[in-house]
Design a protein around this ligand. Structure first.
Ligand code: E4P
Length: 214
């Protein structure tokens, strides 16, 4: 399973990439705004930190404009995957871009049917948003199970990026369902790395070692 980091915060990306666990990055307009940096500052640096797929979001709403914007974004670096919203205009754009070999990540997916249509249009990745479904009282992980079943039944090559991750259990569930990628906020990656028994164990080993004659 690949792990992407879901943030535009360069310091967090740099730190967590140094752990050797990050295969790619996903950003969105909200994450870019939250980083407090300009889009230019981010794209000037992000590709030097992570050598893997980096999703940058197109913000146009009409297919022709999305295509133009995606072509521009894809020229920034060979690792760009252009995030495109899941709607009819987005699908039209994905169809054109996939023929041009431009990688696309169809975002804001909330049902298996949306994922299927995005894959049919030629999406490289689909991003189902699990946490936002949980937030409204639906079982987000249910759609990952459905999508994986459908994609496996038909050997669909589109990769599933489980997105809108809220806690470490989401990551375990996504892995058990065989999702290709999970994109995780830095705060959740930090929760994944720690366990109180690990900390306690280190502390007592160090204490005992200090008492050993060397
Ligand atoms: C995915 O690529 C999105 O950036 C992200 O997972 C959205 O998650 P949110 O619901 O926490 O905003």
């Amino acid at each position: 399973m690949k792990i992407f980091i879901d943030t535009a915060d360069l310091d967090e990306i740099r730190e967590l990439a140094s752990w050797g666990v990050i295969d790619g990055v996903t950003t969105n307009p909200t994450l870019v705004k939250r980083s407090g940096r300009s889009f230019k500052e981010i794209i000037d640096e992000i590709f030097t930190i992570v050598d893997g797929s980096i999703s940058l979001e197109a913000v146009s709403t009409k297919a022709d404009d999305i295509v133009k914007e995606a072509r521009k974004l894809s020229k920034i670096h060979k690792n760009v995957a252009v995030k495109i919203p899941m709607n009819p205009e987005g699908l039209k754009a994905v169809k054109i871009l996939s023929k041009e070999g431009i990688e696309t990540n169809v975002t804001l997916i909330f049902s298996a049917n949306q994922a299927l249509l995005a894959a049919k249009a030629g999406a490289t990745y689909v991003s189902p948003f699990i946490g936002r479904l949980d937030d409204i009282g639906q079982e987000g992980m249910q759609i990952i199970e459905e999508i994986m079943d459908i994609f496996n039944n038909y050997d669909i090559e589109t990769q599933v990026i489980v997105a809108s991750i809220r806690h470490p259990i989401h990551v375990i569930e996504a892995g058990r369902l065989g999702a290709h990628i999970v994109t995780i906020p830095p705060s959740v990656i930090r929760k994944m790395v720690s366990h109180s028994l690990t900390d306690k164990g280190i502390e007592s080993f160090l204490k005992d070692w200090a008492k050993v004659k060397k």
